[in-house]
Design a protein around this ligand. Structure first.
Ligand code: SAM
Ligand code: F3S
Length: 456
């Protein structure tokens, strides 16, 4: 009987990607199959996140539930990966001695080896080092799970924003080679993938040698757009400081590059940005946005904002509201500042009281929501190219896909369109999604290309 593994993922897209790779590695080397739930698994994996406060407690509480399973089935194995595992290492074993394997984001490729060693020695195994390039070298061949796919192009982060734990848990930036990335995109396109998202903490820092030249993300986008079958390209996350002219030009020149960008700003106050060690001013951020919108007028922008960073005054917060008002973000991730032990910001005085942080969060959320609603309603009456990802929501005859701006669009249509890019006329703009009508008859590529040009 093949063994079954259940993987639970906390945190960001990088973790979701890593969990997918863990499953592929376990399937490829130890013949594991995915389990329906923790109850029918032989191996439980918790892929943890430590960006927010109480991450360790959250991981421990989840592990407590895993432990109950283990007390019922002593042969069950428990592995913990991700950023909490990386940060705590074998300390985690003190609090959770029932764990069998602890590994980090850069050692997930060693999971089968660690599990074997656990059986052979009878002892828990810990490996949370950063042999990052090894990870890329040992990633299994990609397996498409639908018409969209993530392609990891770099690992780690070397920016050291004063609040952030990521450089300490995932290590410094390491680039995947040009040849590997393009081979992966090519393989995915052969399996029916139509949209790829280049993934990493700072993808615009990516560089890779190729035929005597050093290529950058803009080159990578151009090469990927030349691969037949690939119809849409996205990338996330990027950092404002490495967002140069070549990448901005790509928005003007590469039609397959989606008209959506996630560009975290964190705060609208220069004083706070300096304390965060972000390396740019709000003027620089605004100027990049202005140039991006010249390159691609319909560009949709999303961002990350932190509320209540130490020392944030009413005036700093007002500056954030003003920036949001001016830029017109289309959805944003809002974070309450949480002190992460070991980061420089953790030792800054002047913490903002919790109640005030929450009050500011609500104010900002209300502003962002009203902007997002207005932008969503402004889509009504347009015909958008939508990549159909699935059917059945909310009812069986419905299809759902995403627009270039990354909005979910729901409309009636036949199941055979899943995996295709189709033109949809938007009839309703809701707060988190759009509703529309399929433009019949089923489109050929030429028709879709015409629609894209009209929209852009
Ligand atoms: N690479 C991205 C960038 O360019 O900023 C950020 C990656 S980080 C994992 C995702 C988001 O988590 C950040 O943009 C930030 O808004 C938020 N974040 C990170 N550390 C935080 C902390 N200590 N408190 C609150 N939010 C935090
Ligand atoms: Fe974190 Fe700043 Fe890097 S938010 S992931 S240190 S760009």
């Amino acid at each position: 009987m093949p063994k079954r593994v259940y993987i639970e993922t906390q945190g960001c897209q990088m973790n979701v990607y890593d969990s997918g790779k863990m499953l592929e590695i376990l399937q490829g080397t130890l013949d594991y199959l995915p389990a329906e739930g923790p109850e029918d698994a032989d191996l439980l994996v918790l892929n943890t996140c430590s960006v927010r406060e109480k991450a360790f407690d959250k991981a421990l509480s989840r592990l407590g539930r895993f432990r109950q399973q283990k007390s019922l089935r002593p042969g069950l194995r428990i592995a913990v990966g991700g950023c909490v595992a990386s940060q705590e290492g074998d300390q985690l074993l003190r609090r959770a001695p029932f764990v069998d394997v602890i590994f980090g984001p850069q050692t997930l490729q060693r999971l089968p080896e660690l599990l074997r060693a656990r059986e052979e020695t009878g002892r828990a195994q810990v490996d949370v080092r950063f042999p990052a390039i090894e990870k890329f070298d040992s990633l299994p061949d990609p397996v498409a799970t639908g018409p969209t796919a993530f392609v990891s192009i770099m690992e780690g982060c070397s920016k050291y924003c004063s609040f952030c734990i990521v450089p300490y848990t995932r290590g410094e930036e390491v680039n995947r080679s040009f040849a590997d990335v393009i081979a992966e995109v090519y393989a995915l396109s052969g399996q029916g993938v139509r949209e790829i998202t280049f993934l990493g903490q700072n993808v615009n820092a990516w560089q890779g040698p190729h035929r005597g030249q050093i290529l950058d993300l803009a080159d990578l986008i151009r090469y990927a757009s030349a691969i037949s079958g690939i119809e849409r390209i996205r990338f996330t996350t990027s950092h404002p400081i490495e967002f140069g002219a070549r990448l901005i030009e790509a928005f003007a020149e590469v039609p397959k590059l989606a008209g959506h960008l996630h560009l975290p700003v964190q705060s609208g106050s220069d004083r706070i940005l300096a304390r965060m060690k972000r390396g740019y001013t709000t003027l620089e951020y605004r100027s990049k946005v202005r140039r991006l919108r010249m390159a691609r007028p319909a560009l949709s922008l999303t961002t990350d904002l932190i509320v209540g960073f130490p020392g944030e005054t009413d005036a700093d917060f007002a500056a954030t509201l003003a920036l949001v008002e001016e830029v017109g973000f289309d959805q944003s991730f809002l974070f309450l500042y949480s002190s992460r032990p070991g980061t420089p910001a953790a030792s800054l005085g002047d913490q903002v009281p919790d109640a005030l942080k929450r009050e500011r969060l609500e104010t900002l959320k209300a502003l962002l929501d009203s902007k997002a609603r207005a932008l969503s309603q402004a889509e009504v009456g347009k015909t958008l190219p939508v990549l159909v990802e699935r059917r059945g929501e909310p009812s069986e005859d419905m299809l759902s896909g995403r627009s270039e701006a990354n909005h979910w669009v729901h409309f009636k249509g036949p199941a055979r369109l899943v995996g295709q890019m189709v033109p949809v006329f938007v009839t309703e703009g809701l707060s988190n999604s759009l509703r529309g009508r399929l433009i019949e008859p089923g489109p050929g590529i030429a028709e879709h290309e015409r629609t894209r040009t009209q929209v852009a």
